[in-house]
Design a protein around this ligand. Structure first.
Ligand SMILES: Cc1cc2nc3c(=O)[nH]c(=O)nc-3n(C[C@H](O)[C@H](O)[C@H](O)COP(=O)(O)OP(=O)(O)OC[C@H]3O[C@@H](n4cnc5c(N)ncnc54)[C@H](O)[C@@H]3O)c2cc1C
Ligand code: SF4
Length: 362
């Protein structure tokens, strides 16, 4: 299935257009980022989104960003048969005696235990927490966790290799909404690299007090303000590769443990160096590079890899566990590999695909 975007791309603000044009003259191919802001550039006065400066990384105070709540959860509550339970932690899935079906879910609601039964169970806790829930739900029939006959549950966690580059030029950058520009020219390599490097996009515009958080040494506030006023802020993403040893487990005390060793770092480091050399050619002269630490598990995917072979994967191609008839995992867990682009549109597209399958089969 494919369809046109509902609105034309958000145009670049003047300074970003200049940067896009300058990099385009070097032979690169600037493109507009896909955005989930509810703004029709052909009719801005009647659009909910006012194109403000706080879009990244804050929730929208006027409900003009089509995030999960606005686009999915709130509309779903219009149906009489949908109830959202807040402050509710799913702690365990219970199976029947054969171990073939989940029959009940145990939850904690404001500290109290409750149980719910259903015909079909769909887990969407995010990659790390979905694996943790299935591991915690182990029982006599599934001693290593639900859906884990392959031994792959919790494994192949991927996180992306990310760096931000705050690039400073003499020319000020008074942009409000910066996140409109991207480049895929080096996705599969570059003239000097015969291996994939990744994707380049913008971040939200840096503020001086945000720069202070990761600036080396103690830089005086006026210098930080100058840097923020003149900075263009980039975000570079490279793929990390599935590794069965990068995994989620549960400790004896019942806590989630994540073992993770980064990989494919050379490609990312080369990418970050190379992008700075391009930016130097278009008059940027100072760079603050911040590689995102492992503790930021922002783009977590993997842990319940999908595939057709039950010996090597946790989920089948419809995201149902190979081992249990009525248990699905529908979130970022299914990714067998993650590419170098933001994961959420793929997570959403897959969820819609699985929803169609469920609609047809239940
Ligand atoms: C700061 C930040 C910026 C990001 N920016 C981008 C971006 O620009 N583009 C992009 O594509 N992606 C971005 N991401 C990543 C994106 O948010 C995730 O890829 C996406 O939300 C993952 O979707 P999911 O359904 O797998 O899990 P989630 O969205 O994490 O949903 C899981 C839900 O399950 C709930 N939950 C977990 N365990 C339990 C339990 N036991 N019981 C009950 N509920 C539970 C959680 O509270 C959560 O609401 C960003 C992430 C962060 C943190
Ligand atoms: S936060 Fe600002 S830019 Fe983002 S959707 Fe809301 S109004 Fe638009």
């Amino acid at each position: 299935m494919s369809a046109e975007y509902p609105y034309p791309a958000l145009p670049h603000e003047p300074r970003m257009q200049e940067v896009a044009d300058a990099l385009g003259k070097l032979g690169l191919h600037p493109h507009h980022l896909t955005l989930a802001v509810n703004r029709n550039v052909d009719d801005p006065d009647n659009s909910p989104c006012i194109r403000c400066g706080t879009c990244d990384p804050y929730p929208c105070k006027i409900d003009a960003k089509l995030d999960a709540q606005i686009a999915c959860v709130d509309p779903a509550t219009a149906y009489d048969n949908v109830e959202i339970k807040i402050n509710t932690l799913v702690t365990k899935l219970i199976t029947d005696d054969s171990g073939q079906k989940v029959t009940m879910v145990e939850v904690e609601v404001d500290g109290n235990q409750e149980q719910y039964t259903a015909d079909t169970f769909i887990i969407s806790c995010g990659s790390i927490n979905s694996a943790a829930l299935l591991l915690r739900s182990k029982n006599e029939q599934h001693p290593d966790g639900l859906g884990n006959s392959s031994g792959m549950l919790g494994r192949n966690l991927m996180l992306h290799n990310h760096s931000s580059i705050v690039a400073i030029a003499e020319k000020p950058n008074p942009v409000k909404f910066q996140k409109t520009l991207g480049f895929n020219d080096f996705y599969f390599g570059s003239p000097d690299h015969d291996y994939p490097l990744g994707q380049i996009q913008m971040t939200g515009k840096s503020k001086w007090n945000r720069l202070a958080l990761f600036a080396p040494g103690s830089i005086p506030q006026p210098t930080l303000e100058y840097m923020a006023d003149h900075a263009v802020d980039w975000w570079l993403t490279s793929e990390d590769l599935p590794d069965p040893n990068n995994r989620v487990t549960i400790t004896e005390e019942g806590k989630i443990k994540v073992d993770f060793t980064r990989n494919n770092l050379k490609a990312h480091e080369d990418f970050v160096d190379m992008w700075q050399s391009y930016l130097r050619k278009v008059d940027f002269f100072l760079f603050m590079v911040n590689t995102v630490p492992l503790s930021a598990v922002w783009h977590q995917v993997g842990t319940c890899k999908f595939g057709s072979d039950p010996k090597t994967t946790v989920l089948d191609l419809n995201c149902r566990t190979h081992d249990l008839d009525n248990l699905y995992v529908v979130d970022g867990s299914f990714f067998p590999s993650m590419g170098a682009v933001n994961p959420t549109l793929t997570i959403v597209a897959n969820a819609l695909r699985v929803a169609d399958h469920l609609k047809d089969s239940l």
